[in-house]
Design a binder for this molecule. Structure first.
Ligand code: FAD
Length: 467
């Protein structure tokens, strides 16, 4: 029987990063993945393929809507070749997952393909295609991730009533895509198909989209997406989703209790994701799950069984790839006797629509609720030369700082390239910068990053320069 210092179940961003860090720290490491490719949800059916389609559809939209104004003429009609678009996306996925295979080899990590289940607290049975194998490990990390969740009355047929996984490989552009759920995944994929020519209606139970983020971001994104002709049915409670031939009929109650019927040809159910522990046989090791099906962990990501840890989407907290990665690193370093720490307040959140939406730290709603005295500095993207040069004028950067100490408490932004710009916010907050600190740093001109400096100037004595 093969013996290891650490065995990791699941090869998503949590699992594979934990494996690399364990190996770097000198531990004999195994990783177990039930699918044939490594990389988990993120690389196979999540972050990477969705961004590939967002980028392709963005190019198409630019070509159709903006090239002429830029003085670029393309003779003949510009058309979508969805088959090629999906094939390119798959190429990106294949390249990326092969990269993880390479990294496993480079770090001398043993990879097992098969379903991993606990035999007891130190043994994992791997159900492989060619039979069962049991391995022994001093420590085990559960990194089994999550799966799309649904509503109890919805039957996902994977043809026309679909989850994000199917939406990443459709064979035709929907005529009318109904998106249930105005969260990150629904909005990103909704925007892909809107750009490719579909009508898109978002049905959301709450009174705003991206409900966890700062209210000002929800408002601005709604405004911009409405301009892009996405329809929103907010405060609508979906009651039924029915398939009739090629039609999908969604019935919902609006705020006043009136029934609304929306008919489309595809319905994307994106109401969140649930932790995945099927087949893991956690009971055999005595590992406890919480009332929401997540593996219960303490602040060291340790389960109730001392040599078993859990990370990523399968535990509490934001379901984000970079959060899973930080946790993977943290557990590896804990096992090596180090004292790592994660500041969960500084895990950024990003929506890769265009304009992009990104945030770190506290929202205004949270500061109000906590009774913190704060001040605000906001700067519109349209006031930047760079924004006008590239015709990306929507959005703003908003900085929230402590009213008394000037320490930055939250940075919220919507606009071009915000997914990358937010890294400055994370860095500033990691080093506990004041708004004044940011306002005195030189930002290259002309860039979108100048909006961060200007928002900081606005937060300190209202002294933004370009508004
Ligand atoms: P996962 O990536 O879910 O990996 C878990 C792995 O464990 C899977 O490969 C699974 O097959 C395997 N597994 C499960 N059980 C077993 C078992 N018993 N034996 C063996 N293997 C097992 N996050 C971002 O930060 N940025 C984004 O842009 C982003 N975009 C997304 C877009 C979409 C459409 C979706 C669906 C998600 C997106 N996410 C994004 C979320 C991100 O994918 C997850 O947060 C991340 O993948 C979680 O990583 P993980 O390692 O915890 O689990």
């Amino acid at each position: 029987m093969n013996q290891y210092d650490v065995a990791i179940i699941g090869s998503g961003p949590g699992g594979y990063v934990a494996a690399i860090r364990c190996a770097q720290l000198g531990m004999k490491t195994a990783i177990i993945e039930k699918y044939t490719t490594l990389g988990g949800t993120c690389l196979n059916v999540g972050c990477i393929p969705s961004k590939a389609l967002l980028d392709s559809s963005h190019h198409y939209e630019d070509a159709v809507k903006h090239f002429e104004e830029h003085g670029i003429e393309i003779p003949g009609e510009i058309k979508v070749n969805l088959e090629q678009m999906i094939a390119r996306k798959q190429g990106v996925v294949d390249q990326t997952t092969k990269g993880i295979e390479f990294l496993m080899g480079k770090n001398k990590i043993d990879v097992y393909h098969g379903i991993g289940s606990f035999k007891d607290a130190t043994h994992v049975i791997i159900a492989k295609e060619d039979g069962e194998e049991t391995i022994e490990a001093k420590n085990i990390i559960i990194a089994t991730g999550s799966k799309p969740s649904s509503l109890p009355f919805i039957e996902i047929d994977k043809e026309r009533v679909i989850t994000s996984t199917e939406a990443l490989k459709l064979k035709e552009v929907p005529k009318h895509l109904i998106v249930i759920g105005g969260g990150v995944i629904g909005l990103e994929l909704g925007q892909v198909y809107k750009r490719l020519g579909a009508d898109v209606t978002v049905v959301e139970y709450m009174d705003r989209i991206i409900p966890g983020m700062d209210g000002a971001l929800s408002k601005e994104l709604t405004k911009v997406m409405k301009k892009q002709k996405v329809k929103f049915n907010l405060s609508h409670k979906v009651k039924s989703v029915e398939r009739k031939g090629d039609e999908v009929i969604v019935k919902a109650d609006d705020k006043k209790g009136n029934e609304v019927t929306i008919t489309g040809d595809y319905c994307l159910v994106s109401v969140g994701r649930k932790p995945y522990t099927d087949g893991l046989n956690a009971e055999a090791a005595g590992v406890k799950l919480d009332d929401r099906g997540r593996v219960e962990v303490n602040e060291h990501l340790q389960t109730n069984v001392s040599n078993i840890y859990a990370i990523g989407d399968v535990v509490k907290g934001a379901m984000l790839a970079h959060k899973a990665e930080e946790e993977g690193t943290m557990v590896a370093e804990l096992l090596a006797g180090q004292k790592p720490h994660i500041d969960y307040n500084l895990i950024p959140g990003v929506v890769y629509t265009w304009p992009e939406v990104a945030a770190v730290g506290k929202t205004e709603e949270q500061l109000k609720e906590e009774g913190v005295e704060y001040k605000t500095g906001q700067f519109p993207m349209r006031a930047l030369g760079r924004a006008r040069a590239s015709m990306d004028i929507d959005g703003f950067v908003k900085i929230l700082a402590d009213k008394n100490t000037d320490e930055v408490l939250g940075i919220h932004m919507i606009g071009a390239r915000c997914a990358d710009l937010i890294a400055e916010g994370v860095t500033a907050m990691e080093f506990r910068a004041s708004a004044e600190d940011i306002s005195r740093m030189s930002h290259a001109h002309p860039t979108f990053a100048e909006a961060v400096k200007e928002a900081a100037l606005a937060a300190t004595d209202d002294r933004a320069l370009h508004v």
